[in-house]
Ligand binder design. Structure first.
Ligand code: PHE
Length: 346
């Protein structure tokens, strides 16, 4: 009888341990089966064992088994009940389901990158490919090869930070014209987006760093008509089909003839004499362009008798400011999410 009592105790202990390990419904059901199964459950086996005991002990032993059975049943039931209420919710944090949810902000592309891609896509559709070049340039690529001899007055408009006498932060993306023509022979049809630097005091329309998009086409029989057609198509696609465009004679050391391209002011349409965007002129300068100067072609060993080309360059952030009517270029670089988020509405 003593042995039997010890056996019951042992079962109880084992049951208790199994119960703490059972953390979900499935494992709890398993524990229940181990004890309660009508075929080979531990309790069933104990009842069978009764027969082997002395007749006078059977009543007491039977009671002990019944007690264990009730204990097992009660414990399993209460454990199952606790499972239906997820613990962390019930105990640690109460959630008010009537509150609006918290939206995660995943981050998105910067407005200047978005606008750059918009520009790139128009040129890619015309068969241009994208080229890049270093932001730290030599005097040769940034100036000399582009026909700015040392001390040429035009260098004053492109003053920049010098790293050594010969190394500087590039003032435009035009040096990549030279690098591209050195690398391969015409036909060439590339655009070059990238950062450029100039000696500027920050104000609403100037920063010492900004973005440009350069273009270069070199092939046999390229004329000014190609330049005009390409830029017109680009500007009409970027703005709208009916936008007015004008070409104005201009000067760049590396193009001849040169032209600046203006589009009608999209803010006032030329109707407001006090318009702050176009200063009342009705026009907004968008880019510089021209036919590649024969001397520039010679500098990279391309025969100007055989080949001709055109080039253009425009500010990306500057044009984005105009397109979206952003009054201050510095907004792009202050990282104020209230500003930058407005451009990612897709
Ligand atoms: N590089 C010139 C600038 O920075 C723009 C330009 C590019 C003009 C190509 C003509 C041809 O202002």
């Amino acid at each position: 009888m003593k042995d039997f009592k010890a056996k019951i105790e042992e079962h109880k202990e084992r049951f208790e341990k199994a119960l703490t390990r059972a953390i979900d419904e499935k494992s709890l059901q398993e524990v229940r089966n181990t004890y309660m199964s009508r075929k080979r459950g531990a309790l069933k086996l104990l009842f069978e064992e009764l027969k082997t005991l002395k007749p006078e002990d059977r009543a007491e032993a039977g009671q002990m088994i019944n007690k264990l059975k009730m204990h097992v049943q009660k414990k399993i039931e209460s454990s199952l009940k606790k499972l239906t209420v997820p613990k962390p919710l019930a105990r640690e944090r109460r959630i008010d389901l009537t509150l609006p949810g918290q939206k995660e902000y995943w981050g998105a592309q910067h407005p200047v990158s978005l606008f750059q891609q918009e520009m790139e896509n128009i040129f890619i559709a015309m068969g241009f490919s994208i080229e890049e070049g270093p932001e730290i340039e030599t005097d040769y690529y940034n100036f000399e090869a582009l026909n700015f001899p040392p001390y040429h007055p035009a260098r004053d408009d492109w003053d920049t930070l010098y790293i050594t006498d010969d190394l500087l932060l590039r003032t435009h993306t035009s040096p990549v014209q030279i690098r591209a023509m050195e690398k391969r022979k015409p036909p060439i049809r590339i655009i070059v987006p990238g950062k450029v630097y100039r000696r500027e005091t920050p104000d609403p329309t100037h920063l010492p760093m900004f973005y440009q998009l350069e273009g270069l086409v070199v092939d046999k029989g390229i004329t000014f008509a190609h330049l005009k057609g390409t830029l017109e198509h680009f500007l009409k696609t970027l703005f709208y089909e009916k936008i007015k465009i004008r070409f104005r004679p201009s000067f760049f050391p590396f193009t001849e003839p040169s032209a600046e391209v203006d589009i009608e002011c999209i803010v006032c349409g030329g109707k407001d004499e006090e318009c702050r965007v176009c200063d009342g002129s009705g026009w907004k300068e968008i880019l510089g362009s021209g036919m590649v100067d024969p001397q520039v072609l010679k500098n990279v060993n391309v025969d100007p008798e055989e080949y001709a080309g055109f080039a253009f360059g425009m500010g990306i952030d500057r044009t984005a400011m105009f397109a979206y009517q952003i009054p201050d270029i510095r907004y792009f670089y202050e990282n104020d999410l209230r500003f930058t988020r407005q451009f990612n509405l897709k």
